[in-house]
Design a protein around this ligand. Structure first.
Ligand code: NDP
Length: 249
């Protein structure tokens, strides 16, 4: 597949899980991929893996929770490639706990990583995208941003916020050939969900009509589709990729 030949992409949280799979899939489709996360070694290994498969990628170590790190990372990417045409805001964390006991720091950490990071990075890359008059902004939200989840008031708020961000930016930049969409995974087997206990896992599985957890590749396929010309007429959409866990309006 070469649907993205010549495109420049940036994926945050590319060091593992869903972001890693997205980077591999975008590179397979022909895009040059800027790999962003905090773990420099993992990013370097992924860049090598993509190069060995005939693709193009480079590592940019950055922390999306730090405005300074994020801005200097975005600058480095723009210096190298001149623009980012496909931005995948995927980096995310959880700090679960019931509302009554949740520490302010757990709220702040999750909001600044999952939501403010996406806002700041999009803002930093938008001028070059607007000039380019073609762009794809893809935000990785979550089923719980639609449904809410006990014990995840911070995480669910950040993911619901990403949906608002997606739809607002979609309206702001539509006239410039830029689309903005969100992908909402359900239960995907990655390091993030490896910490769930058997009871939590069983409860998740019981809620999935398709009867299996999702893979990072299931999400990456949807991201590659939204990044392609085939999705040119889709904007402001939230694509549920969750095995039927939530069938949203
Ligand atoms: P992982 O925990 O496996 O990976 C998270 C990624 O985000 C890592 O690459 C990590 O890299 C990066 N990251 C975290 N904090 C920062 C930071 N401050 N700066 C830069 N990068 C950061 O999670 P998943 O792959 O499972 O999740 C990816 C996205 O998908 C998240 O937004 C998550 O909320 C969402 N999602 C996942 C679901 C699932 O079931 N797995 C379900 C619904 C949504 P590093 O540590 O190297 O910085």
């Amino acid at each position: 597949m070469t649907a993205l030949q010549g495109r420049i992409a940036l994926v945050t949280g590319a060091s593992q899980g869903i972001g890693r799979a997205c980077a591999l899939e975008l590179a397979r489709a022909g895009a040059t991929v800027a790999l962003a996360a905090r773990s420099a070694n993992k990013l370097a290994a992924l860049a090598d893996e993509i190069a060995a498969a005939g693709g193009q990628a480079a590592a940019f170590t950055l922390d999306v929770a730090s405005e300074e790190s994020l801005k200097s990372g975005a600058k480095a990417v723009l210096e190298r490639y001149g623009k980012v045409e496909i931005l995948v805001n995927n980096a995310g964390i959880t700090r679960d706990g019931l509302m009554m006991r949740m520490k302010r720091a757990d709220w702040d950490d999750v909001l600044s990583t999952n939501l403010t990071g996406a806002f700041l990075l999009t803002q930093a890359l938008l001028p070059a995208m607007l000039k380019n008059r073609w762009g794809r902004i893809i935000n990785i939200t979550s089923v719980v941003g639609r449904t809410g989840q006990a014990g995840q008031v911070n995480y669910a708020s950040s993911k619901a916020g990403l949906i608002g961000l997606t739809r607002s930016i979609a309206r702001e930049v539509a006239s410039r050939g830029i689309t903005a969409n969100a992908v909402a995974p359900g239960y995907i087997e990655t390091p993030m969900t490896a910490v769930l206990d058997d009871k939590q896992r069983e409860a998740m599985m019981a809620a999935i009509p398709l009867g299996r957890p999702g893979t990072a590749e299931d999400i990456a396929q949807s991201v590659a589709f939204l990044a392609s010309d085939a999705a040119a007429y889709i904007t402001g959409h939230v694509l549920d990729v969750n095995g039927g866990m939530f069938m949203g309006a």
